[in-house]
Design a protein around this ligand. Structure first.
Ligand SMILES: C[S@@+](CC[C@H](N)C(=O)[O-])C[C@H]1O[C@@H](n2cnc3c(N)ncnc32)[C@H](O)[C@@H]1O
Length: 312
């Protein structure tokens, strides 16, 4: 198979009306009666738990302006603004339908809404923000797939301009490709981090389904995650997204002078290994819907990684 770009922009700009089957961890935790909240040490929404996590690492009281890219239904920003009421927010989204939902959800708050593919946003316009959030969305950004490993070494300028760009980024950020003859690269995620970092935003939070996830501690053996080390396709309704190779994106942020904290969602959400959760994770399939929801949720908590990039 030849090199191709996985590009979801047409789907997001066109037919998409709701996130539908694309269940995010943020949305799974949104309903106050969500069974997923039962799994947590502190039953709460994703946005509130993320705020509690952030406040232990960054001076949240100094935040005046937040930008969120790809905010979905606006649930996360609604929570952040309720915890930092003095802050103003900007929502940038490629989807007209989801931006409309965000406008309704955030009507009570001081927000502006920009309909744009983030790839078209100029870095200079981002300097005004103290916090940038990209939650569970960079898997939608372009991934270049089936890149021949040999093309990185080829001294000649590659004919394919996307490969030339990958080669440039690999050299600039000292990236090392995954094993194998061919690999994929999260071009859009790397360039999004490069743009936010170039703008010098003091705190950048990025999260997504990882291709390098691992399970440690008391959860080891209970939660199964596969880590291929190479971005993998996740087929979804109307489009495909790709898992993220966070070690690459981490190097981009570090190159630009950021201290990077990296981990999985359990650092933020803190699941409790209760008798119910242990039962669900060890009992194979269950006929009870709630058990299946909990199993899916716990697996996602460990499959999703985040980068918290801080510039002193
Ligand atoms: C899977 S949803 C995640 C929504 C939300 N952050 C959450 O965690 O529930 C992906 C979001 O990213 C947006 N998005 C996808 N590609 C984008 C792009 N190139 N520029 C801006 N927004 C984009 C989508 O429209 C959608 O709002």
């Amino acid at each position: 198979m030849t090199v191709y770009v996985n590009d979801t922009s047409g789907y997001h700009q066109g037919s998409l009306e709701t996130l539908g089957w694309e269940v995010t961890v943020c949305n799974m935790l949104h309903p106050a009666d969500s069974p997923c909240r039962k799994v947590l040490q502190k039953a709460n929404s994703y946005g509130n738990l993320l705020y509690d996590f952030l406040k232990d690492h960054i001076p949240v009281h100094t935040i005046e302006k937040i930008v969120e890219i790809g905010g979905g239904y606006g649930n996360l920003m609604e929570d952040l603004l309720s915890r930092i009421p003095v802050a103003k927010a900007t929502m940038i989204d490629i989807s007209p339908a989801l931006l409309e939902t965000q406008k309704e959800r955030l009507a009570e708050h001081d927000c502006e809404f920009i309909l744009s593919d983030f790839q078209q946003v100029a870095a200079g316009t981002l300097r005004q923000y103290q916090l940038a959030v990209m939650n569970e969305n960079v898997g939608d950004f372009p991934t270049l797939c089936n890149i021949p490993r040999s093309s990185l070494k080829d001294a000649k300028k590659p004919g394919n301009s996307s490969i030339a760009l990958v080669k440039e980024l690999y050299t600039k950020y000292s990236l090392i490709p995954p094993a194998g003859e061919k690999f994929s690269f999260n071009l859009g995620a790397a360039m999004a981090m490069e743009k936010l970092a170039t703008a010098g935003i003091p705190c950048i939070f990025m999260s997504e389904h990882s291709c390098e996830a691992s399970v440690t501690g008391e959860w080891k053996g209970l939660v199964e995650v596969s880590a291929s080390d190479n971005p993998e396709k996740i087929p979804l309704h109307g489009h495909d997204e790709y898992t993220i190779r966070f070690s690459d994106i981490e190097k981009v942020a570090q190159y630009h002078g950021y201290n990077v904290q990296r981990g999985n969602f359990n650092d933020i959400l803190r699941c409790e290994l209760s008798p119910l959760v242990r039962f669900v994770m060890t009992s194979g399939s269950s006929s009870r819907d709630e058990h299946e929801i909990i199993r899916q949720f716990v697996e996602d908590v460990f499959k999703y990684e985040y980068l918290l990039c801080i510039k002193e």
